[in-house]
Design a binder for this molecule. Structure first.
Ligand SMILES: [Zn+2]
Ligand SMILES: [Zn+2]
Length: 368
């Protein structure tokens, strides 16, 4: 079928993207879903820093690539064979498929799925190959999802079904920001009842971590970012204190659990430095592959501190997304408050600029 989608043409374009225009919105040919795959009409797709990391070349991926990995939509067709998913079902996309049968999948979320990671690096679906063509030329999938488009073909193992009462934009944000930011706390750090929680880096993932910390009833939730508007937003979402990184160092602010969600070395060092004795730093950001940080091994030993890496919040999406839905339904996780703008597909380059300057929280592309 013919679809319309946002294709990244080349890696490493310079901002402003409204001028360099690395992404074109164009018509593509989408193949039928194969066995174990689904055709999904996209309803909402969030712009995440990981999309920007492909555009600016921090994460090198094959191009041309149809971007977008945080999304929700309705199933329009099911590939051949038995499926537990019916046409009409609303689904949340998740950006790392789980084959269910490898060492990573057997680690209860602690490690990424091995074939899922390989497929993501190659820009193909879990069963191999691309379902996207443009003028006969292959276009790669982004993280098995490619949701900046009117429709997507995805593997069943890349989605989690949700009920119709979960609005598309809420469902979308659950799939990356909340799964990652929430998982950093619920799966990786597991804060105790008296632990303070600090979040360094207030993008979508960091803000989601703030929301989840507030929903857990954490007594002190400390938000850290360089952008003053983001500190104000974090307070509105329930953070009990908000600081710039410089203030954290100056005042010696500490927490037992510190989540690093900025994806750069200075934020990582700030997070490690602000972790209290006996505490845990959880790092979920994705810095450039050649980035190196400086930390004191002795301080880790002498103060009994830990540093934990957490990809996708060490989540098992089929287990964790229903849990977040229950919290959302109970009014304890107002995920819709993370959405700062609704945009059209054609505004994608401008939206990447907004993301790059650090002023946007979650911009969501909506389709009619
Ligand atoms: Zn993401
Ligand atoms: Zn696996």
């Amino acid at each position: 079928m013919r679809i319309r989608g946002a294709v990244l043409e080349r890696i490493g374009a310079q901002a402003p993207f409204t001028e360099s225009r690395p992404i074109s919105v164009c018509d593509l040919e989408l193949a039928e879903p194969g066995p174990g795959e689904l055709l999904v009409r996209i309803e909402a797709a969030g712009l995440c820093h990981s999309d920007l990391s492909v555009v600016d070349g921090n994460r090198v991926r094959p191009v041309p690539m149809l971007l977008g990995h945080e999304a929700a939509g309705r199933v329009e067709a099911v590939g051949s064979g038995d499926s537990d998913i019916a046409v009409g079902q609303r689904v949340v996309m998740t950006f790392l498929p789980r084959c269910g049968d490898c060492a990573g999948c057997r680690s209860e979320g602690r490690m990424p799925c091995v074939p899922g990671s390989v497929a993501n690096n190659e820009g193909v679906l879990l069963n191999g190959g691309s379902r996207l063509r443009r003028d006969g030329e292959r276009v790669h999938h982004h993280l098995g999802v490619s949701a900046f488009a009117t429709h997507a073909v995805v593997d069943r193992r890349s989605v989690v079904p949700v009920d119709d009462d979960v609005p598309p934009e809420v469902a979308a944000v659950l799939g990356c920001a909340v799964l990652t930011g929430g998982g950093a706390l619920l799966n990786s750090a597991k804060p105790g009842p008296n632990d303070r929680v600090m979040v360094v880096g207030l993008g979508g993932v960091g803000m989601a971590a703030v929301l989840v910390a507030v929903s857990l009833g954490v007594p002190e939730v400390i938000a850290v970012d360089t952008v003053p508007e983001k500190l104000a937003s974090a307070r509105e979402l329930g953070a009990t204190a908000a600081y710039t990184p410089a203030e954290v160092t100056e005042k010696g602010v500490q927490a037992e659990v510190v989540v690093e969600a900025a994806g750069n070395v200075r934020a990582f060092e700030t997070a490690v430095g602000a972790t209290a004795a006996g505490g845990t730093t959880v790092t979920v950001g994705l810095p450039a592959p050649d980035a190196r940080a400086s930390i004191s091994p002795l301080a880790l030993v002498a103060q009994g501190r830990s540093i934990v890496g957490s990809y996708l919040g060490s989540a098992v999406p089929s287990r964790d997304i229903p849990a977040y839905v229950r919290l959302w339904r109970a009014g304890e996780l107002p995920v819709e408050r993370l959405v700062s703008a609704h945009i059209g597909l054609d505004q994608i380059n401008r939206a990447m600029d907004e993301l790059a300057t650090g002023h946007a929280l979650r911009q969501v592309i909506v389709f009619d």
